[in-house]
Design a protein around this ligand. Structure first.
Ligand SMILES: C[S@@+](CC[C@H](N)C(=O)[O-])C[C@H]1O[C@@H](n2cnc3c(N)ncnc32)[C@H](O)[C@@H]1O
Length: 350
C-alpha cells in the first residue's frame, strides 16, 4: 500500500495519475483532503512512476506497517498514554520493528503527520523525537536536513501507518512534500519559495557569473534568488521592482514580447531564463518558444504555467507535450508553493 498526497483540490487528478502509473491500483480510503491510501505493488509502482512521472502528486509514502490504534492500546495499554513530559506517549520500539529492521546505515529522518481530531497534545515533533532518539541510541545516524532514508509516519484516530523509503521514492525530502523555508532577508515576495522549491525538486544549480533573464520579475523575489546565486540578472516586467534590487539587476520596464522584439539573438544569449508571468498558458508557451533563440547551448528554463479553473490536468499535460517539441523537458510538477499553476523545467534540445 502507499499513501499519496497532493494539494487538496488536486486529489482527483492525483488519483488519475495513480491509475495511469498503475492501472490495477485500488483506492482504499481517504485519510484527509488530498491524502489517500491506495493498494498497489510498491516495486512495480515505483518503477513505472519513473517512466511516467506524475505532475500533481506531491508525495508518496510506502506503507510497511499498519497498527490499529484501539488494538494497539488494548493489547498493550502501557504503550499508549497521553503525550507527556516531552514524549508522544507511544512506545515505538517493538511495534515498529518491521520498519526499523529495514534501516540501513545511511542517515535517516522521521517525518510524522497527524490527522487526529481528538489529540491536540500529540504533535509530529514529539513522535519524530521519540523515534529518532530510540534509533540514535541504537547507533543510527539522524540527518533531518538531508536524509537518505525516511521513516514516514501517519497517525489518524484509528490507525498508525509507517513506511521506510528514499526521498526519491517519496518525490520529496520534506514531510508530505511540504517544504518549510525560512524567509531570506530582505524578503521580497512569497514567490521566492516557488523558485527555491523548484531548484530543489528538479536538482537545479547555477554556475556563478552566468547570465539570467527573469520574465515577469516584479516585485523581484526570483531575481533576488538569482542574484544571490551569483548570476547577472536582467529583470523584465512593466511593473516596478522592489527597491532592494536597485543597482543589482538590469530592469527592462517592458513586456516580455516587447523585450524579445527589441533584442538580437546573435548578441544576446542567456544561460538561465525564468518565467513567472501572470498570463494565459497559451501566451506563455508562445513566449517560451520565442525565448529558445536566446537560450545558450546548455541553458535552462524554469517556468510556471497558470492553470485555468477547469481541465487543469489536460492543460498541464498538453503544455508539457507542446514544449517537448522544442525543449528537453527535465520535469514538471505542481509544487507545494504553486497555487493554480505548475512548474516546468526545460533544457535546450541537444
Ligand atoms: C506573480 S508576479 C511575479 C512574481 C515574481 N516572480 C517574484 O518573485 O516577485 C507576475 C508578474 O508578471 C508580470 N507580467 C504579466 N504579463 C507580463 C508580460 N507580458 N511581460 C512581462 N511581465 C508580465 C506582472 O506585471 C507581474 O509583475
Amino acid at each position: 500500500m502507499i499513501i499519496v498526497s497532493s494539494a487538496p483540490e488536486s486529489e482527483q487528478i492525483a488519483a488519475n495519475e495513480i491509475y495511469k502509473i498503475n492501472p490495477s491500483a485500488k483506492f482504499i480510503k481517504r485519510i484527509s483532503h488530498g491524502v489517500c491510501l491506495y493498494d498497489v505493488n510498491i516495486d512495480t509502482f515505483f518503477k513505472s512512476a519513473q517512466i511516467k512521472p506524475p505532475i500533481f502528486i506531491r508525495h508518496i509514502m510506502p506503507v510497511d506497517l499498519v497498527l490499529k490504534l484501539p488494538d494497539y492500546a488494548e493489547n498493550s495499554p502501557q504503550l499508549l498514554s497521553p503525550p507527556l513530559n516531552g514524549h508522544s506517549g507511544f512506545n515505538f520500539n517493538t511495534s515498529f520493528s518491521p520498519v526499523f529492521e529495514r534501516l540501513t546505515s545511511l542517515p535517516f529522518s522521521v517525518q510524522t503527520r497527524i490527522f487526529c481530531r481528538n489529540s491536540a497534545l500529540l504533535t509530529p515533533l514529539l513522535v519524530n523525537n521519540d523515534i529518532s532518539e530510540f534509533l540514535e541510541n541504537s547507533g543510527n545516524i539522524l540527518d533531518v536536513k538531508n536524509p537518505q532514508q525516511i521513516i514516514s509516519v501517519i497517525i489518524t484516530d484509528t490507525d498508525i501507518y509507517a513506511g521506510l523509503s528514499s526521498p526519491e521514492f517519496n518525490m520529496s525530502k520534506w514531510s508530505g512534500g511540504a517544504p518549510m523555508y525560512s524567509k531570506t532577508e530582505p524578503f521580497i515576495s512569497r514567490a521566492e519559495f516557488k523558485l527555491t522549491e523548484a531548484m530543489e525538486v528538479f536538482g537545479v544549480s547555477f554556475k556563478k557569473e552566468s547570465s539570467a533573464l527573469d520574465l515577469g520579475a516584479a516585485p523581484g523575489g526570483w531575481s533576488k534568488i538569482l542574484i544571490n546565486a551569483g548570476l547577472k540578472v536582467t529583470s523584465v516586467d512593466p511593473a516596478i521592482l522592489s527597491e532592494a534590487l536597485a543597482g543589482k539587476v538590469t530592469h527592462v520596464k517592458a513586456t516580455a514580447q516587447q523585450f524579445f522584439r527589441n533584442i538580437s539573438e546573435r548578441e544576446c544569449k542567456f544561460d538561465v531564463i525564468t518565467n513567472d508571468m501572470k498570463i494565459d498558458y497559451n501566451e506563455a508557451i508562445d513566449i517560451l518558444f520565442e525565448a529558445e533563440k536566446f537560450l545558450s547551448g546548455k541553458g535552462i528554463i524554469i517556468t510556471t504555467f497558470k492553470l485555468p479553473e477547469k481541465n487543469q490536468q489536460k492543460t498541464a499535460y498538453k503544455a508539457v507535450e507542446i514544449l517537448a517539441g522544442k525543449y528537453d523537458v527535465k520535469g514538471a510538477r505542481r509544487l507545494f508553493h504553486n497555487r493554480s499553476e505548475v512548474c516546468v523545467v526545460l533544457n535546450k534540445k541537444q
